[in-house]
Design a protein around this ligand. Structure first.
Ligand SMILES: [Zn+2]
Length: 292
């Protein structure tokens, strides 16, 4: 890890947790032709999934925890190529309050403001979780409390961006509250949920956008990031990057590595569909609906 334990503790926001959640759906992905916005869907079949405009993979660039370095470093890099990313805000962060207009501006530019709860509660009972504050320990919260917090976070996000459709990323990949799985309790409020860290999907046939895997880079080289998108293209699937700091702050990836990834995606625009997780989830859902 690229940060010290002291910084961890200070940040209270650490999202590497290797959870294997095997709640995968099996779905036929045959499609006729339909549209999501200006994105056309054509001809999916049972064995292959067809991304818009002949792309070989979908790429979602996400940024968790509402950090200054995301606004200062990631946004200019994304906007340079007109790439749209997803920014999962922890609404209780002072960076949301201090830079509310900046978050509003990026939403107007087409980036997604995603839900990452208000308080970012994580389970203190899991390994390496000594940094979790007692008052914010998921193990001491009720399902009703967490559900209410997530609904309120959607209201606060709506007050910033005016949107009613968005996606969610689970803080610390912790899905268990009061011994039960949180995801079914909140799925009705979102079109997509990222729930765990895992490898690139080997195909789209078992991909569930409501229980989706992410790659969570930290200190990763540009070349290693590029290898992940190449693997997604080889698998004709998807890669969701969950970044934190860009060039600064916790779990950082350098601005150079981030730029190298974006440069590669821009040079290979016909191969990769780069978009918000909101748009990608809507596309997958629509594609499956029209396949029957
Ligand atoms: Zn987080």
């Amino acid at each position: 890890m690229a940060i010290s334990m002291k910084e961890f503790k200070a940040s209270k926001l650490y999202i590497i947790s290797m959870m294997t959640i095997t709640c995968l759906i099996s779905a036929s992905v045959r499609a006729n032709t339909s549209n999501i916005g200006n994105t056309s869907i054509t001809g999916n079949n049972d064995n292959e999934f067809y991304w818009p405009n002949g792309a070989r993979a979908a790429v979602n660039l996400s940024y968790d925890d509402a950090l200054n370095s995301q606004l200062d470093n990631a946004i200019p890099a994304l906007n340079q190529y007109d790439f749209k990313g997803s920014f999962y805000l922890t609404l209780g962060s002072k960076v949301v309050k201090e830079r509310r207009e900046d978050w509003r501006t990026i939403a107007e530019q087409g980036h997604e403001l995603g839900n990452h709860t208000i308080n970012h509660a994580c389970s203190a009972s899991l390994p390496n979780r000594h940094w979790v504050d007692k008052h914010n320990d998921l193990d001491n919260k009720t399902m009703a409390q967490i559900k209410q917090e997530i609904i309120e976070a959607n209201h606060l996000l709506n007050a910033i961006d005016g949107q009613t459709v968005r996606t969610f990323t689970l803080p610390c990949a912790d899905a268990i509250v009061e011994g039960k799985n949180l995801l079914p309790e909140i799925s009705r409020y979102f079109v997509g949920i990222k729930s765990h860290v895992a490898v690139i999907p080997t195909s789209m046939s078992t991909y569930n956008p409501m229980d989706a895997p992410v790659i969570a880079p930290s200190g990763t080289s540009g070349q290693a990031l590029i290898e992940q998108v190449k693997l997604a293209a080889k698998n004709n699937s998807i890669v969701s990057f969950t970044f934190h700091g860009i060039g600064a702050e916790h779990l950082a990836v350098s601005t150079d590595a981030h730029q190298q990834l974006l440069d590669y995606l821009a040079k290979n625009k016909t191969s990769y569909w780069v978009d918000t997780y909101r748009n990608i989830s809507l596309y997958i859902d629509k594609s499956r609906q029209t396949s029957h």
